[in-house]
Design a protein around this ligand. Structure first.
Ligand SMILES: [Zn+2]
Ligand SMILES: [Zn+2]
Length: 122
């Protein structure tokens, strides 16, 4: 049997990702950094192994925002529509995908997180 594959896309559709397999964990992040980044009361997060995430369209539209130079959280957004596309955590090889951007993903809350100002979510 082949592995589950899903597509994630930004609001305008310029950027698309291919996600293989299932998320490692899904949860709601209430931290100041995520909520301000998305201008939303929570960040519905689906964490994938970065090995299972591939940009299949519109890589040229992706821009990276790092809140501090040493942060482990590299937030990437679409320069066309401004949507948050992913948060790369290269030091731990995880990629956090805003769950609502993933087509056909049934979101479940496995965890609530509130990261204090720190390495991942400064
Ligand atoms: Zn877009
Ligand atoms: Zn957060």
């Amino acid at each position: 049997m082949s592995e589950q594959q899903r597509i994630s896309r930004c609001l305008c559709g310029a950027v698309e990702l291919k996600l293989v397999g299932e998320p490692i964990i899904m949860g709601l992040c209430h931290c100041e950094s995520c909520t301000r980044w998305l201008s939303a009361p929570v960040h519905a997060s689906a964490l994938w192994s970065s090995d299972n995430v591939e940009v299949t369209k519109g890589e040229e539209f992706l821009r990276t925002f790092k809140r501090t130079p040493e942060t482990g959280s590299h937030r990437k957004f679409c320069s066309e529509c401004g949507s948050g596309v992913l948060i790369d955590h290269p030091t731990v090889n995880f990629t956090d995908i805003p769950a609502v951007s993933v087509v056909d993903l049934e979101f479940e809350t496995h965890a609530h997180t509130l990261f204090a100002q720190g390495n991942f979510y400064p």
